[in-house]
Design a protein around this ligand. Structure first.
Ligand SMILES: [Zn+2]
Length: 396
């Protein structure tokens, strides 16, 4: 399987420039192309260019393969791209369709520690891409279809807060149209991205899951990226912030606390601990963990203090000062409370300047510059299926 992966990785690299190069920027250009088709010469040149670039990038891929350790790629660069494999396997189309029904359950994250997996989804407009490949680059429909099957968008493109053509935010509307070309729903393919944080328990669960995933037709694309522990934490916090309604303190505060605690101590059943709890408090009787007393949930001081810090961090950009279980806190308030509660001393934080203190607190909370890894699984099943349908519509 490892051999398969690395084979398909180079295939993906090779295919990428042709497919991804004309991505969002070029796609914008293709809008006027509806009226005025680009001159054949220009289209041909574009195709040649992209071919030339594909060649160049293949060399690059070979070099980086030869010296895996020396690659200086930034975290954003998708180094470990895999999954998209040889196209032209469409004769197995019928088999895939049958498989798709069963494959719906294949992506099961039940074995992962709580908080280690987050899901993001974006919609891809196949009409936009088809038009780009056929009108702008002058590809035949069949070739365009093959390029789309090999299309390996980057995690950045897929998880961007402001998706660019041909991507757009998923809509729950029944008659949703592509915001760029107005294509109806049958042209839209959903591309879910699962972000998995590295870690002992998550790594084992990930390996088990990957063994089960079909890779033959590029149903799943895998990417791996390097980060620091601090980056991973703040990305997680930002995603959490996006899901919270900061107008409802009684709802978001326990929600944020629970999400953080699940991530911090995945072995505790925090769902049960929070079930029906109306108050969350600090308990000096506890050295670790939590305790329920009626509708009150008591947390050990270290946990409680970290919860305050997380609530402060996640809400400070939404409110003046952060909002916490202890009310609205400015940075001096927060630092004062943590100092008074012995939290600073417990972490050996002796700085007086409150910004230095916050930096130290964040260092302890997040793990700072410790190396961390993120793994992404891109579910391309609907993309493959919708692309096939779109091709059939075009040719019949
Ligand atoms: Zn479109």
């Amino acid at each position: 399987m490892a051999a398969n992966r690395s084979k398909s990785r180079s295939a993906a690299k090779k295919a990428k420039p042709a497919a991804a190069k004309p991505g969002p920027a070029a796609a914008k250009k293709s809008a006027p192309a509806k009226k005025a088709r680009p001159a054949p010469g220009r289209a041909a040149k574009a195709a040649t260019d992209s071919k030339a670039k594909a060649g160049a990038s293949k060399k690059k891929a070979d070099v980086s393969k030869a010296k895996p350790g020396t690659s200086k790629a930034k975290p954003g660069d998708s180094k470990a791209k895999a999954g998209t494999s040889k196209a032209g396997a469409s004769k197995r189309g019928a088999a895939t369709k049958a498989k798709a029904g069963r494959a719906a359950d294949v992506l099961d994250f039940g074995g992962f520690p709580a908080g280690s997996v987050t899901r993001h989804e974006v919609t891809l407009c196949l009409a936009c891409i088809f038009k780009l490949f056929t009108n702008q680059l002058g590809l035949a429909p069949r070739t365009a279809y093959n390029e789309i099957r090999r299309y390996t968008p980057t995690v950045e493109e897929l998880t961007s807060r402001a998706p660019a053509r041909p991507f757009f935010k998923p809509s729950s509307e029944k008659d949703a149209r592509c915001p760029y070309c107005e294509a109806p729903k049958r042209w839209h393919a959903s591309l879910p991205v699962y972000r998995i944080e590295g870690g002992k328990a998550a790594d084992a669960a990930r390996r088990t899951l990957l063994k089960k995933l079909p890779v033959g037709e590029g149903e799943f694309q895998l990417q791996e990226e390097k980060r620091t522990a601090r980056q991973v934490f703040f990305e997680w916090l930002e995603r959490l912030g996006q899901t919270l309604d900061f107008e409802e303190d009684a709802a978001w505060m326990p929600e944020a606390a629970r999400a953080f605690l699940e991530r911090r101590e995945p072995k505790t059943d925090w769902a049960a601990a929070f079930e029906g709890a109306r108050q969350v408090r600090r308990s000096h009787r506890l050295d670790a963990g939590c305790e329920r007393e009626g509708a009150r949930l008591f947390l050990a001081p270290a946990l409680y203090n970290e919860v305050l810090l997380v609530q402060y961090l996640v809400s400070r950009s939404h409110r003046h000062g952060g909002r916490t279980f202890e009310g609205r806190l400015t940075l001096p308030d927060l630092v004062g409370r943590l100092r008074h509660g012995g939290h600073l001393a417990a972490h050996g934080i002796t700085e007086r300047d409150r910004f230095d203190v916050l930096e130290q607190l964040v260092e302890h909370l997040t793990g700072g510059d410790a190396p961390a890894r993120l793994y992404f699984i891109i579910d391309r099943r609907q993309l493959l299926e919708r692309a096939r349908n779109a091709y059939e519509r075009q040719t019949t």
